[in-house]
Ligand binder design. Structure first.
Ligand code: MN
Length: 400
């Protein structure tokens, strides 16, 4: 079975107010070209198809047109799409029966029978005589079906194990089995990840069962094999960077598996963003005037998004820095996004009230925010833990 594995398209994502339609159309076209060149049996999109639960109509149209165009490059190819935490699970499934007629399988939610027991059938997708796909969307632990009494397993762990058992019982010919999931596996590299804001929950790899030959993961944007996963568990990564800190090549993965029990062969195929995200300076930070000089020298013909990493030792920036940066970009193809103020926290005066922008708060970890908010109160570990739990609860409620 030949698989094209991708995830985290984040269609409709805007970068500091700039529309990314051209870049998104570009990677969708590149995926169609890759399908034409490699002729996979199945295309997997492991969650976060859209950036928000309610994407604009032109974004939805781009998605539908792209799926039809991709499919036209190999008409008997199956497509399996699962919902990620950014997607609305009901939107992903809204036309699922219609799409199924075209060999496109949309899995938005974990299926239950009326009695709250799991319904595995919608998650099992047979790829002709080539293999099986077990498609699991993003799902919070409490939304997986309840575990039968007397079984000491998490809901999530139980669901994955039983799903793979269901496939095993049907797999009489030793066909390859691929599992799809949208979550953060313990030990994965989350460099530059936007979703670590508000804390990230990790699932140990062994919670996802053992009956698969390849685990097609989504959620983390850096392409990687999961440590300890025996080169069977992989994040394809996002096709283009969603944040400036994702400063590494982005790609999709071609994966080939001959038979159940054999090791998959994986080849990443790089996706080129015609409008890359560029930080000036590329490494470290400089005083504002020096970053502005770099911006003035930036190739006028080069389309790019620009972030300035500005060193600030007294905590302040020139009040007109955004205007001056925008002015430096005038008549250039690049777009200025924001000044990233880099503060040496160790050097800050402990008694001074820290000045923090809204943008900085958005990018801070929960622990850092707790540190700043309660810097004069001296929280003990128990109080800190309670605060973390409250924040996590609020985040969870927010996404349901
Ligand atoms: Mn995600």
């Amino acid at each position: 079975m030949k698989i094209l594995h991708t995830s985290d398209w984040h269609l409709g994502h805007k970068l500091y107010g700039y529309d990314r339609f051209d870049e998104q159309q570009s990677f969708l076209n590149q995926i169609a070209d890759i399908v034409k060149a490699h002729q996979p049996d199945v295309l997997l999109v492991s969650g976060d198809v859209f950036d928000t639960g309610n994407p604009a109509t032109e974004v939805q149209k781009m998605y539908v047109d792209a799926l039809l165009h991709i499919r036209a490059q190999k008409e008997d190819m199956s497509i399996v799409i699962t919902a990620g935490n950014h997607d609305s699970y009901s939107r992903i499934e809204v036309n699922r029966m219609l799409w199924k007629m075209a060999g496109v399988y949309m899995v938005g939610n974990v299926a239950h029978h009326a009695v709250r027991s799991a319904d595995y059938e919608p998650h099992v997708i047979r790829i002709g005589d080539k293999g099986f796909v077990a498609a699991v969307p993003f799902c919070y632990e409490q939304n997986f079906p309840q575990v039968p009494e007397g079984i000491a397993e998490s809901r999530q762990g139980h669901f994955f194990r039983k799903l793979l058992d269901v496939i095993d019982a049907q797999n009489h010919n030793g066909l390859p089995v691929v599992l799809m999931a949208h979550l953060a596996v313990t030990g994965c590299d989350i460099t530059g990840h936007r979703d670590n804001v508000g804390g990230m929950e990790y699932t140990p790899l062994d919670q996802l069962g053992t009956g698969y030959d390849y685990l097609a993961l989504g959620h983390i944007h850096r392409p990687q094999f999961v440590e300890g996963g025996d080169r069977k568990a992989r994040y394809s990564g996002a096709p283009v960077a969603v944040s400036f800190d994702e400063a590494y090549p982005h790609s999709v993965s071609i994966v080939e598996i001959d038979r159940h029990g054999e090791t998959p062969r994986c080849t990443p195929v790089e996706i080129i963003n015609p409008h890359p995200l560029v930080t000036l300076p590329v490494n470290g930070a400089l005083p504002f005037d020096e970053t502005l000089a770099l911006l003035r020298d930036f190739d006028a013909e080069k389309a790019a998004y620009i972030r300035l990493n500005v060193l600030s030792d007294n905590g302040y920036l020139p009040p007109d820095c955004t205007e001056r940066a925008l002015e430096a970009c005038r008549n250039k193809a690049c777009k200025f996004c924001y000044v990233n103020r880099i503060i040496d926290v160790e050097k800050e005066n402990e008694t001074a009230q820290p000045t923090v922008t809204i943008q900085e708060i958005k990018e801070m970890s929960d622990d850092k925010i707790i540190d700043i908010a309660f810097r004069h109160h001296g929280l003990n570990e128990e109080q800190r833990d309670m605060l973390r739990q409250v924040i996590q609860l609020v985040n969870t409620e927010d996404k349901i």
